[in-house]
Unconditional design. Structure first.
Length: 82
């Protein structure tokens, strides 16, 4: 589902991408726990999609949380965090 959401993003189909990305995020959070690296990836993708849709407040909250968790998990200077 995550890959299909990426395809939707590339096509500019933001609403469809958002729905899939949210479902992936929730499923991963349930199965893997809230601090798993795949959760952080999902947060970043969903935050990006929110931003592209003009949902700036939602995007900022989600992306800020993802950065904070990345800094804790792998450090502030890690390439993924940066």
């Amino acid at each position: 589902m995550s890959n299909l959401a990426c395809v939707y993003c590339y096509q500019g189909r933001w609403n469809e991408a958002e729905k899939l990305e949210f479902n992936v995020f929730e499923a991963r959070k349930t199965k893997l726990g809230e601090n798993h690296p795949e959760i952080l990836d999902s947060m970043g993708r969903l935050g990006y999609t929110y931003g592209e849709q003009g949902k700036v407040d939602e995007a900022q909250i989600l992306l800020s949380q993802a950065v904070r968790l990345l800094e804790q998990a792998i450090g502030p200077q890690h390439p993924t965090t940066l």
